[in-house]
Each structure stands twice: as structure tokens, then as C-alpha cells.
Design a protein around this ligand. Sequence first.
Ligand code: GRF
Length: 191
Amino acid sequence: TKLAVFASGTGSNFVAIQAAIEQGELDAEVVLVVSDQANALVLDKAKAFGVETFVFDPKAFTNKAAFESKIVEALHIKAVEGIILAGYMRLIGPTLLHAFEGRIINIHPSLLPSFKGLDAIGQAFEAGVKITGVTIHYVDAGMDTGRIIAQACVAIDDADTRAMLQTNIQQVEHKLYPETIQTLITKGDFS
Ligand code: GRF
């Protein structure tokens, strides 16, 4: 199954997906990394894995439909079947949603519907909850609102710092995302 990973940042989930592919645990190929940040670390990681990148500057377009049309074109050229959002810091618009209906998923570092939006890890930490976690969901027009596919818990101990919580969340993400993508592929969700 041919996938595109969309990311604006570090790309640790992209690396986890590549590792799962290389270990034969994920029957997929990441054929394109899409980023709205020319300096994103994920782009260096894509190059290291020999994965093609599509980088765009949203400010160079008149609106979201204009840059999303270009993205859709790039995805079609690479015959992409599913879109994996991994720290892509933008809402997906109608152009992409319609072109890949039901085939776009996101990972969010909280147990949705709690702590939507930016800095979900910090939000959970500040709220003092004792259990938070990771959610993988289908993407719709809202922010972190699509139908939930999978969740995993992460406990917050009283002695934990925010940084420790982030490490624990990331560890869970790096396991849950490849596993969930494989489950969806097996179900035929992307084809
Ligand atoms: C992850 O925590 C993910 O849940 C959130 O953005 C972060 C991306 O991290 N949506 P990375 O770029 O994969 O390291």
C-alpha cells in the first residue's frame, strides 16, 4: 500500500513507520513526505530513507484550495492510496478531504475528545489528569474530531515531569501508529 506522510516537524512518527516497514511489520511503502515547513527535520529524515518529498509554502498560494490541489496532483503522480498525518499542523480542507475520503488518518497525543488542538501533552499535564494517552482517528473537517480508530493509555505519575510524559507518549505513538496502519491496510481501508 502506497502511503504519504504529512509532517511539519521532527518526524519521529515517520521514522517509526519506516522502521516498521523495514522490519516487515508494516506492509506499506511511504512514497512521499509532504511538508509545509521547508526547514522541518522530517525532510532530512525522508532524504536519509530515500523518500521523495513535496514541500510547499502556503503563503505562496491564494488559498488552501490552491495548495491542496497541488498536493493532490503530487499524490496522484505517486499513486498514493492513504494519507498519514504525523504532526502536520494544518486543518485539511475540502479539496484533500474529497480526493482522499476516508483515507486520511491522524495521530493526536491525548485521549480524544479530551485535550484537542495544540500542545495536548502540556494541556493534560497542567490539568493534572492521572491518565492520558494517544488517539488515532480518521480526519474530517474539524480539529481532532474525526471518528476514533484506536487509543492507548499513558499513566502520569506524581513524580513525572512534562518532558517525561512527552517521552512516554512518543514511545506509545511509535508502536500504536504502525500497528494501526497495518490493521487498516489488512481491512482494505486504503484501497
Ligand atoms: C506527535 O506527538 C503527534 O501526536 C502530533 O504531533 C507530533 C509529531 O511528532 N500530532 P513527530 O514529528 O512525529 O516527532
